[in-house]
Design a protein around this ligand. Structure first.
Ligand code: CA
Length: 735
């Protein structure tokens, strides 16, 4: 890093010019800064190392600007503490916007009054603290009337996904967070939080607006919220935060996109695009949700708003193409617990659900969660002047007595259930002009204008085709120069790999059309996935005969050592044979702390295997974590397998995940559990479909229910030719 130190005195008017920001809606104290020409001169100080930065912070007077020199600032544990004024805040900014990269174990803490930060990029690292950006230095030194804007945090995740941290934490009062870009958090803990843990941080009036919340992949346990305001402990206190004009793009970490756990908040004109889960009004009263756009884009598990507690207002929102059900419905009104403890479910009382448009919504769940504990039905509530347009039937499910919700003035094109019919005018030809500009916010109006938004996320076959001829290490050699999205096309012949392939990018490995390709490998694994690894394997025949005489070999496995992203594996038209050199040889396994977002096995066969074909039971702590979100097997044959042929484990009792989702269809299992146990074992799976399979010379499948209310779909299967036989045994551990 270059060592430069400038001390420049400019007029206060120049400060206004140089620090003007893309702030269109800021009304908080710090954003309407007006500086008159009468103000005293201020310093602009360019700092090039930590010592210079610390001195500049110590010396800073109201109106001063501290400029971080362009370049990489590694392991920069920055403390920005000062006392600016409303008229003359103290500013910390990058020499040029986006020109400063904070890497390694960098973080930023703010403390004091009227501080402004902008133009920074956090990347290539993770925080060693609990937070990357914190609006407090420590318990005694909080920030007030301060603002962070035009700042990026991307791929700044702790490589150990069980380690919990938060990227942005707001404390204090009257702070503002706007036009920032937060993308790709992979480890446990909300992306952003507003905390109310001391009086100094309550009734805080924070303003969070025009931010781009980029894709948050499935976490595979609780703790994957994109945003949380408050905690159950302080939830009867008001936060009075405003969350407006933010874009939530594929924020799918868990069942709560936003976990609202305090009172008096406003969510207005936000867009939720293709995001799993809901804006959950989990704790606290008197929150307003209005003019938002919930566009599920037809993606799985996408939801709208989940309502709990008193005096919640859900008005004039546009809900469309949401496919989620149960806790992830387009609208979910929960049952409460009578005299609920602070951390359970308070009764819905005085909810106003009015003037919304629901278009192609799979589920509106009323009285959701009703059971012997959650028996308090909604009261004093209204559902009025809403419009419902659905291609199929009306989306309502009544889980309990809904007489505490007054239905009136609604319009629909499909008839609602009888109990609600007096509150609806039904006209089959109903159409509704929806002025989309009234709802949500356009993506390009959010985030940081000089930093690109996330792309569509296509993994495979976006790069070049690379033709590979047979030979020793031909595949690993070709992969050395392969780029993300490339496709290796294998010519006919024998491929022998003597080294483990450390796969870090998405690639396709495919036999040339119709030719025979044989693959063998000499190490305990053929592929170890880390970072962005994803693999599509097509048309190859693989043998385990050359593998070493070790217990627990696996053709594909994962490691968390280099920071595991969510992986995808597709195996198609391939054959796997003779994986018996020692015990417990599997085809696909996963290290603890890693997650496959999707595994798809199609039209493939597996025979003579000493372990499991899919062995995803590494998460044994029962914390609700697991190794695969979606497993789909179709048109495949499993024979002579020690078993279970498929083994998926999700322990723990919490209700925060959608997965694992498992679908096995049109497949054959012959002698698929020669060890004598179940031929497949699904422990704690949340969604299970078993359709059109035949099981021969094997024990039935086994499903162990641990949490939620999974209702397995079991259709068209047979056991030893008997279509009436029980092919799935169920053990219920919930009691
Ligand atoms: Ca949660």
């Amino acid at each position: 890093m270059k060592h430069r130190f400038f001390l420049v005195t400019v007029s206060a008017l120049a400060l206004v010019a140089c620090s003007s920001q893309t702030n269109s809606a800021g009304e908080n104290a710090s954003s309407n800064t007006q500086v008159s020409g009468e103000q005293s001169a201020h310093k602009e100080v360019l700092v090039a190392d930590e010592a210079q930065f610390e001195k500049a912070v110590k010396d800073a007077q109201p109106g001063d600007v501290i400029v971080l020199a362009n370049g990489e600032w590694r392991d920069f544990d920055a403390v920005f503490k000062g006392e600016g004024t409303k008229e003359a805040p103290i500013t910390l900014k990058a020499e040029t916007e986006g020109g400063v990269a904070l890497t390694g174990q960098s973080s930023l803490r703010l403390g004091g009054e009227y501080l402004e930060v902008s133009g920074l990029v956090f990347q290539d690292g993770f925080t060693a603290r609990n937070e990357v950006i914190s609006f407090r230095v420590d318990e005694e030194n909080l920030a007030h009337n301060s603002r962070v804007s035009n700042t990026v945090i991307k791929n700044y995740s702790n490589p150990d996904r069980t380690q919990r941290d938060t990227w942005v934490a707001m404390y204090g009062k009257n702070n503002e967070f706007n036009h920032n870009h937060l993308e790709g958090k992979l480890n446990s803990g909300p992306t952003m939080i507003i905390r109310l843990n001391t009086e100094e941080s309550q009734e805080n009036n924070h303003f969070v607006h025009h931010n781009y919340f980029g894709p948050r992949p499935v976490l595979g346990s609780n703790g994957g919220e994109t945003f949380r305001i408050g905690t159950s402990h302080y939830s009867l206190t008001n936060s009075n935060s405003r969350v407006e004009h933010n874009y939530f793009d594929r924020c799918s970490g868990e069942v709560e996109i936003i976990s609202n756990k305090s009172g008096g908040n406003t969510y207005r004109n936000n867009t939720f695009f293709s995001s799993r889960g809901t804006l959950t009004l989990r704790h606290g009263n008197g929150t307003t949700v209005e003019n938002n756009l919930f566009d599920g884009n037809g993606a799985p598990f996408t939801g709208g708003v989940r309502v709990i507690n008193a005096r919640q207002s859900i008005k004039n929102n546009y809900f469309k193409d949401l496919t989620g059900e149960r806790f992830s419905g387009g609208l979910v009104v929960m049952n409460g617990v009578p005299n609920s403890p602070i951390n359970r479910y308070h009764q819905v009382d005085g909810a106003a659900i009015e003037g919304n448009v629901f278009e192609n919504i799979v589920a509106i769940e009323l009285g959701e969660g009703s059971d012997t504990e959650r028996s308090a039905v909604p009261i004093n509530s209204t559902f009025k002047n809403n419009v419902l347009l659905n291609e199929k039937e009306a989306p309502f499910t009544l889980h309990d007595d809904m007489s505490g919700i007054e239905f009136s003035g609604n319009k629909a094109n499909q008839a609602p259930p009888e109990a609600l019919s007096s509150g609806f005018e039904v006209s089959p030809g109903l159409t509704q002009e929806v002025d989309a500009s009234k709802y949500g916010v356009a993506k390009e109006e959010t985030g940081v204008r000089w930093f690109p938004k996330a792309d569509a996320g296509d993994l495979f076959d976006t790069g070049s085709d690379v033709v590979v001829s047979p030979g020793e290490n031909a595949i690993s050699d070709a992969l050395k120069s392969a780029k993300a999205g490339d496709r290796l096309i294998l010519e006919a012949g024998d491929y022998k790999e003597s080294k483990i392939v450390d796969l870090k990018i998405p690639v396709t490995i495919s036999a040339k059309d119709g030719v025979e390709v044989n693959l063998s490998f000499e190490r305990k694994n053929m592929f170890v996935f880390s970072k962005d690894a994803a693999l599509k394997l097509e048309g190859v025949s693989v043998t385990g005969k050359q593998a070493p005489d070790n217990v627990g070999n696996s053709f594909i496995t994962t490691t968390s050592v280099e920071g595991a992203r969510n992986h995808v594996l597709v195996i198609k038209n391939s054959n796997f044979k003779d994986f018996v050199v020692n015990r417990s040889f599997s085809i696909v396994s996963a290290a603890k702390g890693t997650l496959f977002k999707k595994i798809k096995i199609e039209d493939s066969s597996f025979s003579n295997i000493s372990g499991s074909v899919v062995k995803l039971n590494g998460e044994t702590d029962d914390y609700g974590m697991y190794n695969v979100e979606t497993l789909k097997v179709s048109g495949s044959k499993f024979s002579d397998i020690q078993g279970p042929a498929l083994n998926v484990y999700r322990g723990g009792r919490d209700e925060s995940t959608f997965g694992p989702f498992v679908w096995v269809k049109d497949s054959e299992f012959v002698n698929a559990a020669s060890s004598g146990g179940p031929s497949v074992l699904f422990h704690g799976v949340q969604v299970l479909k078993i359709e059109g399979n035949s099981i021969e010379k094997s024990e039935p499948f086994k499903f162990i229910i641990t949490t939620g209310k999974p209702a397995p779909v079991v259709e068209g299967n047979s056991l030893n030719g008997d279509v009436a036989a029980t092919v799935l045994t169920i053990e219920d551990l919930r009691k």
